[in-house]
Design a protein around this ligand. Structure first.
Ligand code: ADP
Ligand code: MG
Length: 701
């Protein structure tokens, strides 16, 4: 893919977890992964190769060894991405690696321990702290969704009916790219609320995991956060920027052959591997840059990550490794994968004023409710004037009609309104009391006036209720929007803020230092040749021999790499063959059932009705009658035999001719229905067919 001005590559960082207790007890072989934090390099040792074989070196944007802290990874590699999301870019962070290498630890971590909180909880803090510290002319709307892809089906983890819910469909729009239709989305006003959303989803995942062993490491989990921000532009109008953040914890990338599964589990593993190999194919196609076609449509995962890989997004990939020698193959595969991903070019841009921004809808609804409230207030005043007559005096601080109320004064206005209702109610009550106590008034007149006051009080109460409802709706709506520096109280003091600022600076410096080191390394190799001047022939021979040795080592490395790639190719081919055999066996089984138990005409009918929906990657039944012409093409009731009211069978005709009871005619209809059913169930057994008729005839009788 050609680089252009606004394109940037996918950032790839690698993290290696410490040896666990089991691996430590396995032997003294120790770790096969070494890291050069300064240069951002991973050096991998093949435990099966002779010592003379050169080690494999890979360079990344950053590397984190077993001693690395969650905060280091966040500050250096994730924080800039979240800042971009807050500025209106799309952002994606995905953790990729073998099961047990620390994907979930990196993404979620231990929530209770501040030192061990992962990317997701740190991102929550970051987003809401940013909002609380931003200027008060900014309005924010934060929404969260949580889904998982299990066996190539997209499931909503926030759906209360998660266990029995139907899989969701993927759709595409020019505005927001690929999205999930009908996915639950929760508006969150604080860190606590968004954590609650995460917990609900994690619980749904955990329940599924107990139903199906190892479910969680077999499914891909995506937590989506949308941050909409509105701010007045230089033109005076409010402009909205929408940042979408995808936090992805992928299923384990280990090979199914190694886990030794068969049957259903093999198919499950094949589907998981399918989406991961589809991801690999997408990465390869994009990294290669030459192939025009990128197979995003091969899996749900790649479709959902379409924007994140080669599209409108900033992306960080965290590749996780285990240091144990027995997982050398998986570790090497992960590193190759990650190395390829570095070459993907994305074209991120700020999403400015998209048509589907929910914040705009909220603002419009709030404005409408506010206008309604103003109108009510104005009407109440009018009524008061009517009741009080011309002598009613205005309070000095009351607003003139139609005057725009400031947002700040809205609350005060609502309180005044409530006070006004109470005052009017008290006054009506007083007037009623006066009428009751008036001894000169006639009883009839008293009754009439009391009734009148009662009616006025009823109207007043109704109005009060309606205003209260409207106010509650308005407040609920408004509370969903976060106003910069207002809704959330920032408890951090200035010193802490400064400390944070310094930490970011250091992280930024480390990053740029590493970049410079890497560039220097590349340049050194290029320029060493130019700088060499030889004083003697002997010196020239020595220098050239040294260079030859270096090049020879490089050649050996590349040869080993070719061998590795070949081995990997053979392995994946074997796995595909195994999956293919399994699928062929299942296909034969299904054919056997169809050929022997479904009558050919039924089979043809069914096949004619089937169509393939490429959008959902599924076969679907066409409706029997096209939906739009349902009424016109509705099948007509069959014409009756001459002389009879309704279609009638031979059996019923004979029965009538024999003078049998008329109820046989009804029985015939039931028989016909049952016969159709029995034809489907027992196609080749005529005796059963007849017995079904006889049985039903008797049954009806
Ligand atoms: P995955 O999600 O890749 O299957 P997990 O995140 O569940 O793996 O990690 C497996 C185990 O390793 C967990 O017990 C986790 O606490 C531990 N672990 C992973 N990474 C680290 C790390 N960087 N430091 C300490 N422990 C880790
Ligand atoms: Mg996990």
């Amino acid at each position: 893919m050609s680089k252009n001005k606004s394109s940037e590559s996918v950032k790839v960082v690698v993290r290696c977890r410490p040896l666990n207790r089991k691996e430590e007890s396995n032997g003294p072989a120790g770790s096969i992964v070494q890291m050069d934090l300064r240069l951002g390099q991973v050096i991998l040792r093949n435990p099966r190769a002779p010592v003379s074989e050169p080690q494999k070196t890979f360079t990344f944007d950053a590397v984190y060894d077993a001693n690395s802290k969650q905060g280091d990874l966040y500050d250096e590699s994730v924080r800039p991405l979240i800042d971009s999301v807050l500025a209106g870019f799309n952002g994606t962070i995905f953790a990729y690696g073998q099961t047990g290498t620390g994907k979930t630890y990196t993404m979620q971590g231990a929530w209770m321990d501040p030192q061990k909180r992962g990317v997701i909880p740190n991102a929550f803090d970051h987003i809401f702290t940013h909002i609380s510290r931003s200027q008060s002319d900014k309005q924010y709307l934060v929404r969260a969704s949580y889904l998982e892809i299990y066996l190539e089906e997209v499931l909503d983890l926030l759906d209360p009916n998660h266990g029995n819910a139907r899989p969701l469909e993927l759709r595409e729009s020019p505005e927001s790219g690929v999205y999930v239709r009908d996915l639950t989305s929760c508006v969150c006003k604080s860190i606590k609320e968004i954590e609650e959303v995460m917990n609900v989803g994690n619980q749904a995942r955990a329940v599924a995991a107990t139903d199906m062993n190892e479910h969680s490491s077999r499914s891909h989990a995506l937590f989506l956060i949308t941050v909409e921000c509105s701010q007045p532009g230089p033109d005076g109008r409010k402009h909205i920027r929408v940042g979408r953040l995808n936090l992805v914890d992928l299923a384990g990338s280990e090979r199914q052959a190694k886990t030794g599964v068969q049957g259903e589990r093999l198919k499950e593993a094949a589907k998981i591997n399918l989406s991961l190999s589809a991801l690999g194919n997408v990465i390869s196609a994009l990294a290669d840059g030459r192939s025009g076609h990128v197979p995003y449509r091969d899996s749900k995962l790649t479709r959902l990550l379409q924007d994140s890989l080669g599209g409108n997004a900033k992306t960080v990939m965290v590749a996780t490794l285990g240091p144990a020698p027995q997982h050398y193959d998986e570790t090497l595969t992960t590193l190759r994968y990650a190395n390829r991903a570095k070459n993907i070019q994305n074209q991120p841009r700020v999403n400015e004023d998209p048509k589907d921004a929910l914040l705009r809808e909220f603002q419009m609804e709030i404005a409408r409710l506010r206008a309604q409230l103003h109108h009510r207030k104005w009407r109440t005043k009018q009524k008061k004037e009517q009741v009080d007559g011309e002598g009613w005096e205005r309070d000095g601080d009351e607003e003139t009609e139609g005057e725009e109320e400031d947002e700040e004064d809205e609350e005060e206005g609502v309180e005044k309104e409530a006070e006004e209702y109470v005052k009017q109610e008290q006054r009506l009550e007083r007037e009623k009391q006066d009428i009751r106590e008036d001894q000169f008034m006639l009883a009839d007149e008293k009754q009439r006036l009391l009734g009148e006051k009662e009616r006025m009080m009823g109207v007043l109460r109704k109005e009060q209720e309606a205003t209260e409802q409207l106010t509650a709706k308005y407040k609920a709506m408004e509370s969903k929007l976060l106003v910069g520096g207002k809704n959330i109280i920032d408890h951090t003091n200035e010193q802490q803020k400064m400390l944070e600022g310094k930490r970011h600076e250091i992280a930024e410096q480390t990053r740029s230092e590493r970049e410079i080191q890497q560039q220097m390394l590349v340049r050194d190799e290029e320029t060493v040749e130019l700088r060499e001047t030889f004083t003697s022939l002997q010196q020239e021979v020595e220098a050239k021999t040294k260079k030859l040795k270096k090049l020879y080592a490089k050649l050996q490395c590349i040869k080993a790499e070719i061998q590795d790639v070949n081995d990997e190719h053979v392995r994946s081919r074997q796995e595909l063959e195994q999956t293919q055999n399994e699928l062929t066996r299942e296909l034969k089984f299904k054919y056997l059932i169809i050929e022997n138990f479904i009558p050919p005409e039924e089979k043809n009918k069914i096949m004619n009705r089937l169509t393939f929906d490429p959008e959902e990657d599924q076969w679907k039944f066409q409706p029997l009658v096209p939906a739009e012409s349902k009424s016109s093409q509705m099948k007509k009731r069959p014409a009756s035999a001459v002389g009879y009211k309704r279609p009638i069978s031979q059996y019923a005709r004979v029965a009538i001719a024999m003078g049998a009871h008329s109820r046989y005619r009804v029985g015939v209809c039931v028989c016909v229905c049952v016969c159709v059913c029995s034809v489907v169930l027992c196609p080749h057994d005529e005796t059963d067919w007849i017995s079904a008729v006889v049985y039903n005839k008797d049954g009806v009788n």
